[in-house]
Design a protein around this ligand. Structure first.
Ligand SMILES: Nc1nc2c(ncn2[C@@H]2O[C@H](COP(=O)(O)OP(=O)(O)OP(=O)(O)O)[C@@H](O)[C@H]2O)c(=O)[nH]1
Ligand SMILES: [Mg+2]
Length: 703
């Protein structure tokens, strides 16, 4: 491959709802341009950017994928983003690596939730957006309906630059409004070849209508142009394109194109427009990065070759037999094959051996890459997704894209107990690749918890674990870390006495229990006067009580938030020792705690749920059904959405993300954070207590 300078590079993220045809489009664009040798397909498992076994098996994208199309002396880097919400993290990373977005919309489905999400992400990032109506050959395809759905649900600044001739089975061409020509396709077209023709007579009214709309819209972006247009002057193609590009940059215009990627119809015109309308990598807006490992200063980063090298690693992926493959976007400077670079995020030096560009899973070695380009490299030792590569002389850290928080949790257990360590190591590696997949150990329930963006996300990661690291693990509903406390006061004795020949054991203590406010833990108060218990044995009483409290008195959960006063006792000058007083403490706990109105505490989370108004009733009703308490709600005027704040017991939140999504057809979102512990209401608590005693009985029966 030849060298491409920053001005000759376009970086485009291909985003949209699940199954809208993104991967098929990326494959077709790379193939039609001649940069990829084979026209792959999802059905055959040969699509360029869906090459992992997990993707081939499931027939949807899981990881972002990199490809390129060389067209009009330009290298178009295409980053294929997954569409399903479970893999939203990679879609954000794709946008972070690109300078513009193709938002793909299936012509039968129209705008869907994922289209809205990704369009808003792109607009928020101030990326120029180009809409692509895909699958126009499919049954029930409708250009008009799709166009209307964009206007009503996304933006009324959308403007068609192409209009299809025919739809569904009769889709056979496009009206190219800029060139004022028709592109006519023949059945069996292999690589987007078409006959250019005058606008067919039966299409003339359609053409006239959309042409007028296009030119008026473009002209109205500039007063001088509008004046000339109103005077009846022609707006030249180049001028119109330049104005449209400018309008896109400002977020005032969103052009719309038409394709059937499977048949390669419309792909050549789209490639041309990507080159003409998307900003070059050189036009990248300046970025602000932190310098040095400590990040003490901010610097401006420009896509210039003569600046120090800096690059954002937007994806790492480990592959058996290959090692880690890292994809990076160069933000400034050039990089040569074999260069030594510095990872300031982790304070590690890395060597870029076999510097390459990726066409799906194929990597082609290159000598040099310029500012703004996208490259990849294998076998970096310490570099993970979202790290910055730079140089030792000019270490910088680029702002990492903000990825969504994982909200779905499962406990994970190695299928084979001996594999526990390998499972842990594998899960860590999966997190390094995908920061939206997390793991932690819950000390209270002794379980490893994995969290992700959805059930499908976690299930796919278990499949990756098996294939990449050769171990299997199962996901189960996580145990809830209940606790116990007391609501009443009480006092009593713990007396341990044992006489078994030789030297005996003797310890005796009197204690008072009282509840403490939530979150205060445990307090031990030594009130012994006159040496009723010798000072050296008192800590043993405390330890005994703490040891017994770990197992509670109701259902085996740790008892918290209570105070113990040790106010009396007795000892034996020969038989008393620490062990005996610890036993006395244990006995005292058992005797007293159960008399002090013990209750179960449960962990609660605070949620902020954002939902469109029409689902509010269902969302609220569901919160009550989950024993939740609504704290308040706010309606956001310009979006018509309501944000509900509620406190819900963790025990009722397993799979909430899935349930909320099906309740609102994917339109609602939420955040969740730990709120604290509260007393569990009677009926629910009784169930947990009954379950615990059943478990104890089973253990006893087995013994
Ligand atoms: N008829 C027709 N089918 C298409 C076309 N493009 C894609 N498809 C089919 O639509 C399905 C989804 O296509 P993909 O390319 O995987 O869609 P995607 O947007 O990448 O999906 P995710 O990665 O899961 O978000 C596949 O079965 C494709 O074969 C098209 O132009 N015409
Ligand atoms: Mg895909």
């Amino acid at each position: 491959m030849r060298d491409y300078a920053s001005t000759e590079i376009r970086n485009v993220a291909v985003v949209g709802h699940g199954a809208s045809g993104k991967t098929t489009l990326v494959d077709a664009l790379a193939f039609v341009s001649g940069s990829s040798k084979r026209h792959g397909s999802i059905k055959d498992g040969t699509a360029l950017t869906d090459f992992s076994p997990e993707e081939i098996e499931r027939k949807y994208s899981i990881n972002l994928g990199c490809a390129y199309a060389e067209w009009m002396d330009t290298k178009i880097n295409l980053i294929d983003a997954p569409g399903y919400a479970d893999f939203h993290g990679d879609a954000i990373s794709a946008l972070a690596a690109a300078d513009g977005a193709l938002v793909v919309i299936g012509a039968s489905a129209g705008v869907e939730v994922g289209t809205e999400t990704m369009f808003h992400e792109a607009v928020t990032r101030k990326d120029p957006v180009l809409f692509v109506v895909s699958m126009l050959d499919k049954e029930h395809a409708s250009f008009d309906r799709t166009y209307e759905s964009i206007k009503s649900r996304l933006t009324n600044k959308v403007i068609p630059v192409e209009v299809p001739i025919g739809e569904g089975a009769s889709f056979r061409g496009i009206l190219n409004l800029f060139s004022k020509k028709a592109h006519l396709y023949k059945k069996g077209t292999k690589a987007g070849e078409y006959d250019e023709a005058e606008i067919p007579a039966d299409q003339k009214p359609t053409f006239d209508k959309y042409y007028q709309e296009l030119i008026e819209t473009i002209a109205s972006t500039d007063d001088a142009m509008l004046e000339r247009y109103l005077e009846g002057q022609e707006i030249a193609r180049d001028e119109a394109i330049a104005a449209m590009k400018e309008g896109m940059k400002k977020g005032e215009l969103f052009p719309l194109f038409c394709v059937s990627a499977e048949q390669t119809y419309g792909t050549r015109a789209l490639l041309t427009k990507i080159v003409e309308l998307m900003p070059s990598a050189f036009e990248m807006e300046e970025l602000h990065a932190l310098t040095g490992a400590e990040g003490d200063k901010t610097v401006e980063i420009h896509a210039k070759d003569d600046a120090p090298f800096s690059a954002l690693v937007f994806k790492t992926q480990s592959e058996p037999h290959v090692g880690d493959v890292s994809c990076f976007r160069i933000m400034s400077g050039v990089v040569v094959n074999g260069a030594e670079v510095f990872n300031a995020t982790r304070n590690a030096t890395e060597k870029l051996g076999h510097l390459a560009v990726a066409q799906g899973k194929e990597r082609t070695e290159v000598n040099k890459l310029h500012a703004g380009d996208i490259g990849c490299v294998a076998k970096l030792k310490n570099t993970h997704t979202n790290d910055t590569l730079s140089t030792k002389e000019h270490p910088v850290r680029l702002p990492a894209p903000v990825l969504p928080e994982p909200l779905v949790q499962f406990a994970v257990h190695a299928t084979n107990r001996n594999d526990e360590e390998k499972v842990q190591a594998g899960l860590h590696r999966l997190h390094d690749e995908d920061p939206t997949f997390e793991m932690h150990y819950n000390q209270e329930t002794h379980e490893t918890i994995v969290s992700g963006l959805g059930e499908r996300h976690l299930e796919v990661n278990m499949a990756k674990l098996k294939r990449k690291f050769g171990v299997t693990a199962e996901l189960t509903k996580p145990q809830i870390a209940y606790r116990e406390t007391i609501k009443g006061k009480g006092e009593g004795q713990g007396r341990h006495k044992k006489q078994s020949g030789g030297r005996g054991q003797f310890g005796d203590c009197w204690v008072r229990f009282a509840p403490l406010p939530r979150g205060e833990g445990y307090v031990f108060d030594d009130q012994i006067v006159g040496g009723a218990i010798p000072g050296k044995f008192i800590p043993a009483v405390d330890r005994g009580i703490q040891e017994a409290a770990v197992r509670g008195v109701l259902a085996g959960y740790p008892m918290v938030d209570f105070k113990v006063e040790c106010f009396d006792g007795s000892y034996h000058s020969v038989d008393s020792n620490e062990m005996s007083f610890k036993m006395a403490g244990i006995l005292a706990f058992k005797a007293v705690a159960s008399k002090c109105k013990p209750v179960l505490l449960e962990p609660l989370d605070e949620l902020e749920i954002s939902t469109p108004g029409q689902f509010l009733g269902d969302v609220m009703g569901d919160i009550s059904a989950r024993r939740g308490q609504i704290l308040g709600s706010d309606t956001i005027a310009d979006t018509g959405r309501t944000v509900v704040r509620a406190v819900i017991p963790q025990a009722e939140l397993h799979l909430y993300a899935t349930d909320l999504s099906s309740m609102t057809h994917g339109h609602a979102g939420f955040t969740r954070k730990f709120r604290g512990y509260e007393e569990m209401p009677g009926e629910a608590a009784q169930k947990i207590i009954a379950e615990a005693s059943k478990k104890t009985d089973e253990v006893l029966a087995e013994a």
